[in-house]
Design a protein around this ligand. Structure first.
Ligand SMILES: Nc1ncnc2c1ncn2[C@@H]1O[C@H](COP(=O)(O)OP(=O)(O)OP(=O)(O)O)[C@@H](O)[C@H]1O
Length: 445
C-alpha cells in the first residue's frame, strides 16, 4: 500500500487472515526502496502521493522488470484520470474505497512467482534469454562469452533461476580475482594440515555448490596446472579436498564465463583444448551494449529505479545515453547513472550530469585519433579497442581514471590493454605521441 489508499482499518485488519504479507509506505521514495528489496506482487497506491504525481509513480514502477501489478486508488477520481493511469501502465484504477473482496480478487489474480529477470528489450537480448531458458531446464554445461559488463553473471543467475536446481545454491567464483594457489583451495577445499595455514578443514566451492549451480567467472584466467585439475573434476564429477584422498561425488551444474577469446587462447596454447570443449557445450554470447541499443534506455531506467530515487531522464539525457557507445557495457551505464544521481538536485537528470563525451563516443574516435591513423593494425582493431585507447589518451595514460570512465575494473583494463598490445599496437608510444600533439596544440592556441 502506498500513501492513503482509502483502505479503512477494520478491513485492513482482516488482511491478516489472508495468505499475503502487507507492506505499508507513505510515499513514492519508500515504495521504490521496498520494491528493490522485496518481491512485490501487487501495489495499491493512492493518487495523492506527497513526492510524485500518479503518472510519475506509474513510470517508476513500470521500470521494474518484471513490473508488479499496480492499482491506483482514488476516492474521487474522474474518468480521465482513470484512463490516463491505465494508459501509463497501471493495471487497474479503483474509484472510491477498496473493499476486502476487491483486494482479495486482485491478489488472487497475481502470478505466484515473479522472478526478477534481466532487462531484455532488444531482439538480440530476447532471443538470448529464450535460449538461456531452454538450456536452463537441462544440466548442460554453459559457456557465456561477452565483453566485460555485458551481463554474463546476470545471465548465469537467470539460468539457475529457471533450472530445476533453483531451490539449491548458486555459487559464483571469480577465477581472476584470486591468486592461483588460493584459487585451488577455494575451488576444491582442503583438509586440516594440508598446507601451512590450513588450521581447519574447509569445503571448496564445488562442494558448496553441490546439488546447485557453480558459476566459474573469468575462466580464461586460470593457470595451466589448475586447468588440468578442473578438467578432471568436470570429467569425473568428483572432487577431492587438497590433502585428502577421499572422493566426494558431485551433482552440480557448471556455468562458466569469460571475456576472453578462449578459442584463440587454445590456438595460442594458453588454454587447454579439452577443457575448452568440456565447457563450451552450450555457448551463449552477450553482445556489447552498442550492438543492442534498444536495451540502453530500459537498462538506464532500471538502474535508476534500483536506486529508489523518483527521478527521470530528460529527453536530451536519453539522447546522450543513446549516442554513447558503452565500451564498459551495462556496468558502465550503471556507473554513469549512479554518478548522475550525485550530480542531480531536481527530479530530472540532464545530459551534463551523465558526463558523457559531448557528441557520443563516436565523436571521440574521429580520424584525428592517433589509433585511427595507425593504418598498420586497422584491420584487427575493434571499436571497443579504439574506445579504450582513446579514453586512455584522454586521461593521458592514467589507468585508474581510464578504468573509472570506462566503467571497468583496472584489472579488466590491464587485460584489455594486454590484448591490444598482443596485436602489435604500441600503447605507450601512442600516449607519448598524444601528449606531444596536445602540447603543440596548446602552444598554437
Ligand atoms: N540485462 C540486464 N538487466 C539488468 N541488469 C543488468 C543486465 N545486464 C547487466 N546488468 C547489470 O550490469 C552490471 C554488470 O553485469 P554483470 O556483472 O552480469 O556483467 P559481466 O559480463 O558478468 O561482467 P564481468 O565480465 O566484468 O564480470 C551488474 O550490476 C548487472 O546487474
Amino acid at each position: 500500500m502506498v500513501g492513503e489508499t482509502g483502505f479503512d482499518s477494520p478491513v485492513s485488519q482482516q488482511l491478516t487472515t489472508l495468505p499475503f504479507t502487507l507492506e505499508k509506505v507513505v510515499d513514492c521514495l519508500s515504495a521504490m526502496q521496498v520494491i528493490q528489496q522485496k518481491k512485490i506482487d501487487l501495489i495499491i497506491a493512492s493518487d495523492q502521493l506527497p513526492d510524485a504525481t500518479t503518472l510519475e509513480f506509474i513510470q517508476q514502477v513500470g521500470r521494474q522488470n518484471p513490473m508488479p501489478a499496480l492499482v491506483i486508488a482514488s476516492p474521487d477520481a474522474c474518468v480521465e484520470d482513470a484512463v490516463a493511469a491505465i494508459h501509463a501502465g497501471a493495471s487497474d484504477f479503483i474509484a472510491g474505497n477498496i473493499t476486502l473482496k476487491r483486494l482479495t480478487t486482485l491478489l488472487e489474480q497475481q502470478p505466484v512467482e515473479t522472478p526478477e529477470g534481466p532487462i531484455a528489450a532488444s531482439d538480440a537480448s530476447r532471443s538470448l534469454l529464450a535460449m538461456a531458458r531452454q538450456v536452463a531446464s537441462t544440466d548442460t554445461t554453459v559457456l557465456i562469452t561477452g565483453n566485460s559488463g555485458t551481463g554474463k553473471e546476470v545471465l548465469a543467475h537467470f539460468i539457475h533461476q529457471h533450472s530445476p536446481r533453483k531451490a539449491q545454491t548458486f555459487i559464483a567464483i571469480n577465477c581472476a580475482a584470486i591468486p592461483e594457489n588460493l584459487l585451488e583451495a577455494e575451488l576444491f577445499g582442503y583438509v586440516k594440515g594440508a598446507f601451512t595455514g590450513a588450521y581447519t578443514s574447509r569445503p571448496g566451492k564445488f562442494e558448496l555448490a553441490n546439488e546447485g549451480t557453480l558459476f566459474l567467472d573469468e575462466i580464461g584466467e586460470i593457470a595451466g596446472s589448475l586447468q588440468a585439475k578442473l578438467l578432471r573434476v568436470l570429467q569425473e564429477r568428483e572432487v577431492e579436498r587438497i590433502g585428502s584422498h577421499q572422493s566426494i561425488r558431485l551433482n552440480i551444474r557448471i556455468i562458466a564465463a569469460t571475456n576472453q577469446d578462449l578459442a584463440r587462447q587454445v590456438n595460442e596454447g594458453t588454454f587447454r583444448e579439452d577443457l575448452f570443449y568440456r565447457l563450451n557445450v552450450f555457448p551463449l554470447h552477450c553482445m556489447p551494449l552498442r550492438e543492442r541499443r534498444e536495451d540502453i534506455l530500459p537498462l538506464a531506467r532500471h538502474f535508476l529505479a534500483r536506486t529508489g530515487r523518483c527521478l527521470q531522464f530528460s529527453p536530451s539525457a536519453e539522447q546522450a545515453l543513446l549516442n554513447h557507445d558503452w565500451p564498459g557495457n551495462a556496468r558502465e551505464l550503471e556507473n554513469v547513472v549512479q554518478r548522475a544521481l550525485v550530480l542531480t538536485t531536481g527530479n530530472t537528470i540532464q545530459p551534463e550530469a551523465l558526463m558523457l563525451p559531448a557528441n557520443g563516443t563516436q565523436s571521440t574516435t574521429t580520424t584525428s585519433s592517433p589509433i585511427r591513423s595507425n593504418k598498420l593494425h586497422k584491420r584487427n582493431r575493434t571499436l571497443e579497442q579504439e574506445h579504450i585507447i582513446d579514453t586512455l589518451l584522454q586521461h593521458k595514460g592514467h589507468r585508474t581514471r581510464t578504468a573509472e570512465t570506462l566503467g571497468i575494473t583496472t584489472r579488466t583494463l590491464r587485460n584489455k590493454l594486454a590484448d591490444i598490445r598482443r596485436q602489435g599496437i604500441d600503447i605507450e608510444a601512442l600516449i607519448a605521441q598524444s601528449k606531444t600533439s596536445d602540447e603543440h596544440r596548446y602552444q598554437g592556441e
